[in-house]
Structure formats: C-alpha cells, structure tokens
Design a binder for this molecule. Structure first.
Ligand code: ATP
Ligand code: MN
Length: 460
C-alpha cells in the first residue's frame, strides 16, 4: 500500500503507479452509472485541475452495498477510496483507480447543493464564496497564488533582502495613495476617546515604514495586506489587497526599474514551470492568448517611455480614445491600456510623471516639474507596479510636503531619515492580485483573492 496520495501526485507518477494500492480522499465531481454494472466516479481533491476516475465494479461489492452506497455518492460528497491503480482504457486519462474500499464522509444533497456539474457565472460564485474554491477556476487560481507567494519570498531572499513586517494599523493618512479606513477600538467608542490617543488608519502601503528599515538594513521588502476605501467598482480595484514592496538604499530609479523587470520576468518563469497544469487550464478556459502574452514578455522585454512621450503618443491617437489627456493629466485606465495593448503590445514602463500628480516622497527631477517615478503597465490589466526613487534632500522634501499641504510635524521622523545619514533610495509596490490577473488572464480581480472586499461586499 502506497498510503494516502494526492490526486496531483498520482497523476504526476501516472503509469509508474500501475498495480499499486493507494488511498485518496476528496470530493465527488460527477458520477456516471453504466448498464454493465459499473459506476464511474470523478474525484477531485483540490490538488489538481484534473480529476481521478474511480471505477466501482458492482460485482466486487454485492448488490446490497451498491444500493446503499450509490444514493449517497452525489456531486459534492466527500469520500475516501482505496484501490489499485490500473491503466485506463477510457479517453482523457492514462490511469484510473479500481476501487476495493469506499467510505462516504459527508453527503451533499443534490436538491440544494449549489455547485452542480455545469458552468456557473463568476457573479454567482462570488455569492457562495464558501463553496467557490471547489470549482476548477478558483482552485487553480488559488494554487497559483500560493505558489507565487512562495516564489516572491524566494526571489527576495536570494537577492539578500530582509522581510520586514510593517504595521497594519498606522497613523499616516496622507500618503496620497487613496481613501483610508479609520480604526476605532472598543464597542462603545465615544467621540474623542481614541484607542491609540490619536487617529489611526488601516495601512494604504507599507512603504514609509519600509524606508525606515531600508535605511538601516539596506535592502528590505514588505508583503502583506493593504487597505483602500476606493469607492469605485472596477474590475481591478479591491478594498483589501496584498502588496509586495521592496525598498533599497543606495539605489536610483534605474536600479528600481531593473529590479521590477527582473521580478516580473522571474515570477513568470517560476510560475510557468511550477504551475504547468494550471496554465494549460487558464489558456483553454479563460484566455486563449495568455501564453502568447506571457512568452512575449520573456522574449521582448519591457519598453521604457517618459510620461511626456506617452502624452505625445496619446494625443496623436486622439481619435481612438474617449478622452485625450494633455500634459499634467493623470493617465486613465484607457490610456494605460492603449499604450501597453495597442502601441507596444507588451509591458511598458512609464517614467518621470509630473510632480503634481504624484505623492510627496517621490524625488524631484532637475527640471523641477517631474519626479523620478515609474509605473509598469501590462496588457489586459494596466498598472501592476508603481514605484519611484525617493526624495533624499531635506529641503526639497519639506518643500514638497508644504506644497501638498501636509502637516510637517507629523512627519519629523520621516525627515529625520534625511537629516541623519541620508542616502538615495528607491522602491516600488506591486499589487499581488493585479499580477495574478495578468498571470491567469482572469477578467475580474475579485476572482484572484479568496475573500474579495469591495464596496458593499464583505462575506465572512
Ligand atoms: P490605480 O491608479 O491603478 O488605482 P494606484 O496608482 O492608486 O493604482 P499605487 O498607489 O501606485 O496604486 O499602488 C501600487 C500598486 O498596488 C498598483 O500598481 C496596483 O498594482 C496595486 N493597487 C493599488 N490599488 C489597488 C486596489 N484598490 N486593488 C488592488 N490593487 C491595487
Ligand atoms: Mn500607482
């Protein structure tokens, strides 16, 4: 007896397992009864897209057992089977399991179980967020998400970065990243009785705190949940999402761009080799151009253009756009996608944005008008990374904060980092869910996170 194996292990070892006795636990996807006294049960245990086919030969069990067993073996039931791996004569699989022992742990009443064998819309699945991980698409994306998270840590560890846990509850609210969530403590909170003695918020980014550690440990990154009370329903915004934020001392914008490129390429390579079956599924059922797009990134690389050039290009294509931006306007999703999908047909890095569009901490360029910012845009999604070289000069930083109407007193600690042993430094933020959208081809960001939070929606 090989003991208990996952479906993934069994399919991986394939014909090598023929003749071996194995045990598997999982959920019934479908059952089909043939007239020849055999039932075929497709079992999925969440470890692979493919199911393992189990053959129940009635002659091995006796009619009494079968008549008791079959009514309990419905789509969704949890079961354990033991049996021998046999070569499969059927189409679609190399091997199957000939069942010698079967146990039903939990039934799933077919008159109420919502996940029957048919395609369900993603909108419907979001309403049953507790059951949707039992579908192929959501389970494949979550396996990718898990593999990606490990690969991210691995990437930074190999390059000498330290993993810093920046706080979830913060006191800085005017980072310029968007609307914040307020934090209040206790059930009977009264006006003026702040738990921390001052207003606090859920973090919109770990960057400012990561800078503190970069200016002490050299190269650091944070990787954790981030919150923005974005009051818009788009297919690429969540109220709670995960961000990866490296921050490096002694690093300028070019170094920052190099790291971003290397990061995106390495992650695509790592995922293509680790999640082969999942990509096969995404390509077939979600986006037929997915592989093309991902391999183009590896082959063609990234184009770097300045914001000013981007504006020129966009105004030359005014007829193809709903809104034409002029210098000083923010790039809308429509513009980002035009640049990456129509102009370049691949990833684009837009640099040197107007100073007034970007937050106070970005380094002001010699022209006095732009900052050393970079946004990485990809086809299908738009912006997945936003980063910059940080302002390391006390006087320029204070000027920036004054221009943005910030309260300098709240940021003395941040200015101290420039008063004492200041260095040029840079970093970026990558939205994990946007990156998963890009990697899987899935349309809506709500399918990339186990429990999506958006305006009006928070289940569990
Ligand atoms: P956008 O303009 O697309 O809303 P942003 O410029 O406000 O994004 P940044 O503050 O630069 O975003 O955040 C860094 C990265 O975090 C973005 O490039 C994106 O990948 C991700 N991100 C930002 N906001 C969200 C959100 N609401 N939901 C999911 N990911 C987000
Ligand atoms: Mn941005």
């Amino acid at each position: 007896m090989e003991g208990r194996l996952s479906v993934r292990e069994i399919l991986l070892r394939g014909k090598d397992l023929v003749g071996q006795k194995v045990r598997i636990c999982g959920w019934v996807r479908t059952r089909r009864d043939s007239k020849a006294g055999v039932s075929f049960v497709e079992i999925n245990d969440g470890s692979a897209v493919r199911n393992l086919q189990a053959i129940i030969d009635y002659s091995r069990f006796g009619n009494l057992v079968i008549s008791e067993l079959l009514p309990r073996l419905h789509t969704g039931a949890s079961i354990m089977v033991e049996g021998t791996i046999e070569p499969s004569p059927g189409k679609g699989q190399d091997i199957e399991i000939l069942v010698s022992h079967i146990k039903v742990y939990g039934e799933a009443d077919p008159s109420t179980y919502p996940l029957q064998k048919k395609r369900h819309s993603f909108e419907f699945l979001r309403q049953i967020a507790h059951l949707r991980p039992r579908t192929n698409t959501i389970s494949a994306i979550m396996r990718l998400r898990s593999a990606l998270s490990y690969a991210i840590h691995d990437f930074f560890k190999k390059r000498g970065f330290y993993y810093i846990h920046t706080p979830i509850i913060t006191t800085s609210d005017c980072e310029g990243a968007g609307e914040v969530f307020r934090v209040v403590g206790g059930r009977n909170i009264t006006e003026g009785s702040e738990f921390f003695g001052r207003p606090t918020y859920l973090t919109v980014s770990g960057q400012l705190q990561a800078e503190i550690y970069a200016l002490a440990l050299g190269k650091v990154y944070t990787f954790g949940p981030t919150f923005r009370a974005e009051n818009s329903n788009t297919r690429r915004h969540l109220a709670e999402f995960w961000m990866v934020e490296p921050e490096m001392a002694f690093c300028d914008l070019d170094g920052d761009i190099s790291l971003a490129k290397e990061f995106v390429t390495s992650m695509i390579e790592a995922m293509l080799s680790e999640c082969e079956e999942e990509f096969f599924f995404f390509q077939k059922f979600i986006d037929e151009h997915l592989m093309d797009r991902l391999t183009t990134v590896l082959k063609k690389g990234f184009e770097v253009i300045s914001y000013s050039d981007a504006i020129k290009i966009l105004s030359q294509h005014a007829r193809e756009l709903e809104m034409v931006p002029s210098w000083g306007d923010d790039l809308q999703a429509e513009h980002e996608r035009f640049l990456t999908e129509k102009m370049v047909r691949g990833p684009v890095i837009v640099i040197h944005y107007p100073r007034k569009l970007k937050p106070f901490y970005m380094r002001v360029n010699d022209d006095g008008e732009t900052v050393s910012a970079m946004d990485l845009l990809v086809p299908g999604v738009g912006e997945i990374i936003g980063g910059s070289q940080r302002e390391e000069r006390v006087d320029v930083l204070v000027e920036q904060m004054t221009l943005k109407g910030m309260n300098i007193e709240d940021y003395e600690w941040y200015i101290d980092l420039r008063r004492y042993g200041s260095v040029f430094h840079a970093g970026f933020g990558l939205g994990l869910e946007r990156f998963i959208q890009f990697l899987s081809g899935i349309q809506n960001i709500r399918e990339t996170i186990p429990f999506p939070r958006t305006p009006g929606h928070a289940l569990f």
